[in-house]
Design a binder for this molecule. Structure first.
Ligand code: NAP
Ligand code: F7E
Length: 328
């Protein structure tokens, strides 16, 4: 019998890579999509005809119950969220409804429809925020620094609570930043790679950024979805940090991205207060030891390879060599 997986957030960066991975493993893939005024399937256009789409919204529990009743998945990957930290400061209540309470709605729908479903929650390194331990591991105390981080802490703990209260096979991936050519343009890595490509092609001259000293543990999204799948194949549900174990600053990302196309970031990057946050997460670096030992997971793409892959993809996209986001 073919396994069946439901992915919420299938139109997002991670949803597209996870759908590719599960299709390659011969799963039936059900993608939950919310109503939008225009279709936004750019990241999954190349696999769209192999996915079954199901209408639903994390804000509406009845729609989640309906999706589960109709499609009866074996595994549910909850990737949907209001995922942009900056927006969580201007829309804290919406962020809480989606990123925090949305997890409860989905867990409750699973409890009602089929408590044997295996559940993955997309937890985040933003939960560590103002870090109290370096590197951060599964047991590091949480200290979120944004409404997004606070909402993810809620989602993380409600997942643990449903596991302990109702015996659900519910696991959390505490994933550090992961990027790709399919990353949203508002996130700093893609903003830089896209900006570099625009400048290289003579369409822009400057790139306006916020805090260049922030440090992140950046990996490749295509590697990280492998860890999500591996967690749900374990007999016992659990929580895992997924990270590279290396940290780099936004400034370093700029240096490599600009120099890859023969430019100096100092000639083009302008610091702009508008992109600073009310409270910042200064340093993140994860310890992926448990994921390595228990899941056998290892990241394959290095920091430099990631930066160069993103710049090359944006150059190709802007030159018109690519017409969708199905690469790499
Ligand atoms: P993303 O590209 O922003 O995708 C978010 C997805 O959530 C989109 O498909 C979006 O649909 C969907 N969504 C938003 N609100 C929804 C709602 N009310 N109901 C149903 N769907 C909704 O995010 P990502 O980078 O792929 O991240 C995937 C998950 O991992 C998120 O939960 C994120 O918070 C978490 N995470 C990400 C990282 C990272 O570095 N990427 C690290 C740790 C954790 P539309 O296309 O319709 O907007
Ligand atoms: O910011 C700094 C900014 O928006 C990274 C989400 O996927 O990862 C992501 O959250 C850093 C911050 O990602 C700009 O201040 C400087 O320190 O790319 P970001 P994030 O906030 O780390 C976590 C793990 C998630 O879970 C989230 O869903 O870069 N920065 N200048 C800037 N950031 C942005 N966006 N734009 C700038 O101009």
């Amino acid at each position: 019998m073919k396994k069946r997986a439901l992915i919420t957030g299938i139109t997002g960066q991670d949803g597209s890579y996870l759908a590719e991975l599960l299709l390659a493993k011969d799963y039936d893939v059900i993608g939950m999509v919310r109503r939008t005024s225009t279709v936004n399937y750019e990241r999954i256009a190349h696999i769209q005809d192999r996915i079954t789409f199901a209408p639903g919204d994390l804000l509406d529990e009845a729609s989640l119950i309906e999706v589960l009743r109709e499609h009866r998945p074996d595994e549910v990957y909850n990737l949907a969220a209001q995922s942009f930290v900056q927006t969580s400061f201007s829309q804290p209540v919406l962020t809480g409804e989606t990123t925090a309470l949305g997890v409860t709605r989905l867990l409750d729908a699973i409890r009602i429809v089929d408590p044997d479903v295996r559940f993955y929650q997309a937890s985040s390194s933003e939960m560590f925020g103002k870090v109290v331990e370096v590197p951060q591991r599964e047991t590091t105390p949480l200290y979120p620094r944004s409404p997004y981080g606070v909402a993810k802490v809620y989602g993380h703990w409600i997942t643990i609570n449903y596991r302990e209260s109702y015996g659900l096979h519910a696991s959390s991936g505490m994933l550090f930043n992961h990027e790709s050519p399919r990353r949203g343009l508002e996130f700093v890595t893609r903003k830089i790679s896209h900006g570099v490509a625009q400048i290289k092609l003579g369409r822009e001259s400057e790139l306006r950024l916020g805090n260049l000293e922030a440090q992140r543990d950046w990996g490749f999204a295509g590697d990280y979805v492998e860890a999500m799948w591996a967690m749900l194949q374990r007999d016992e549900p659990d929580d895992y940090v997924v990270a590279t174990g290396e940290t780099h600053s936004v400034r370093e990302f700029c240096e490599i991205a600009f120099s890859h196309v023969g430019l100096d970031y100092d000639d083009h990057v302008v610091v702009d207060e508008r992109f600073m946050r009310p409270a910042e997460v200064d340093l993140l670096v994860g310890d992926p030891g448990k994921a390595r030992t228990v899941l056998g997971w290892e990241p394959q793409v290095s920091f430099r390879q990631l930066v160069e892959m993103m710049v090359d993809a944006d150059l190709a996209l802007l030159r018109g060599d690519l017409n969708d986001l199905s690469h790499p």
